[in-house]
Design a protein around this ligand. Structure first.
Ligand code: CDP
Ligand code: MG
Length: 133
């Protein structure tokens, strides 16, 4: 089993899609090992997205990610990072494969409903951002 981090973003919590997203994760055999509901501060959102420092979309992304509650969770599964990236689909919902979570419920390239770690190394860092041990 390997670990990854998923975050249900504010556009999805606002539209009552938490249960829907969790259902998709469970149907794909992910186990929820940790889960929280958090309101990110501006400083926390900047720290979480530090890799995007200097990108033109960062300011709007930070405003969006602090606009409402988010639900980070640590997920476990064989090949968790790659399988979760496949399940969520491309960053832009308009380009996401049919049947992916972003295809189904994402609204825009920014308000794309979910975050998922992109490597085992980043998964370890992102899990530690929200959860102890
Ligand atoms: O989330 P993902 O790893 O697929 O994409 P990213 O390139 O790491 O970007 C992080 C997040 O920034 C995305 O999920 C979007 O919410 C946002 N973003 C944006 O608003 N506009 C872009 N052109 C690219 C990303
Ligand atoms: Mg990313």
């Amino acid at each position: 089993m390997s670990k990854t981090l998923l975050i249900i973003k504010p556009d999805a919590t606002e539209r009552n899609l938490v249960g829907h997203v969790i259902n998709r994760l469970e149907r794909a055999r992910f186990k929820i090992a940790e889960i929280r509901l958090v309101r990110l501060t501006e400083q926390q959102a900047r720290q979480f997205y530090a890799v995007h420092e200097g990108k033109p979309f960062l300011e709007s992304l930070v405003a969006f990610m602090t606009s409402g509650p988010v639900i980070p969770m640590m997920l476990e599964k064989d090949n968790a990072v790659e399988d979760l990236r496949t399940l969520i689909g491309a960053t832009d919902p308009a380009k996401a494969a049919c049947g992916t979570i972003r295809y189904e419920v994402g609204r825009t390239i920014e308000k794309n409903s979910v975050h998922a770690s992109d490597s085992d190394e980043n998964a370890a860092k992102e899990v530690a951002f929200f959860f102890d041990a």
